[in-house]
Design a protein around this ligand. Structure first.
Ligand code: FPP
Length: 240
């Protein structure tokens, strides 16, 4: 068993779940099979996070750019998401996990959006853990939306430009009220941020593994957490 020091666990873990397609290709399977196996891994990672007492988990489930994939892949991913939400809602209730969404969920197909809204509504009073799904999400789009809403406050005379602070910007992001991630995990081996949580990851520790998302099992997750526990976080300061 890999040693985990409970006091040094990240409070907020964010994940770029990459490699479903490559995992499937390696096995001569369709990309969809990779996403299906990926959904099982989502369940397992939520479960492990809950067992360890990690209070915030944010998963990059569908980016704004993902709309450019084939109509078939997008449709299947949406169906997979809808099924996941319907199947998991009892478990979320049982374990007091609140579901949250960041992005532009209004772009999702009706059935998926309704399943999402219903799960968010049902779980809204849960207070053990927050599971955030980034759906139709883009970091630049999030910052653009924040600039737009702050501009409206200025034009209506509620604040002046001099009042704009980092705190005000943070409070106008989709993640308002959520602490910044301590750890960002990317599976699939690419060293890219892919437009994920651009503002929020300013001081986040980055962990990249070559393991494709469908193979990211509990041991892999524990290794990422253990690696995080070895990091010395300075937030730009110098400690002698
Ligand atoms: C990246 O793999 C993964 C996605 C675009 C979607 C992530 C979706 C899931 C894990 C399954 C459903 C999610 C939930 C929350 C139930 P890729 O297709 O980009 O892989 P590749 O880079 O190897 O092609």
């Amino acid at each position: 068993m890999i040693d985990i020091i409970p006091e040094k666990l990240p409070r907020h873990v964010a994940v770029i779940m990459d490699g479903n397609g490559r995992w499937a290709k390696q096995r001569g399977l369709s990309r969809i099979k990779g996403h299906q196996k990926g959904a099982d891994v989502v369940r397992a990672v939520v479960e492990t996070s809950r067992e360890l007492g990690i209070p915030w988990l944010t998963l990059y489930a569908f980016s704004e750019e993902n709309w450019k994939r084939s109509a078939f892949e997008v449709k299947t991913l949406m169906q997979l998401l809808e099924r996941f939400l319907k199947e998991e809602v009892d478990g979320l209730m049982k374990h007091k996990i609140r579901l949250n969404c960041i992005g532009r969920p209004s772009r999702l197909p009706n059935k998926t959006r309704k399943a999402l809204e219903s799960a968010i509504d049902l779980t809204k009073a849960n207070n053990e853990m927050v599971l955030t799904l980034a759906l139709s999400y883009g970091g630049r789009q999030e910052i653009t939306d924040a600039v737009r809403s702050i501009s409206k406050l200025i034009s209506s005379g509620n604040i002046s430009p001099e009042d704009i602070s980092e705190d005000i910007v943070s409070r106008h992001l989709y993640t308002s009220g959520t602490p910044d991630p301590d750890l960002l995990i990317r599976t699939g081996g690419e060293y890219r941020v892919s437009n994920f949580l651009l503002w929020q990851i300013a001081y986040t520790e980055f962990y990249v593994t070559k393991v494709y998302w469908p193979d990211f099992d509990k041991k892999c997750y524990m290794e990422a957490l253990q690696d995080f526990q070895r990091r010395e976080r300075r937030f730009g300061a110098v400690f002698d």
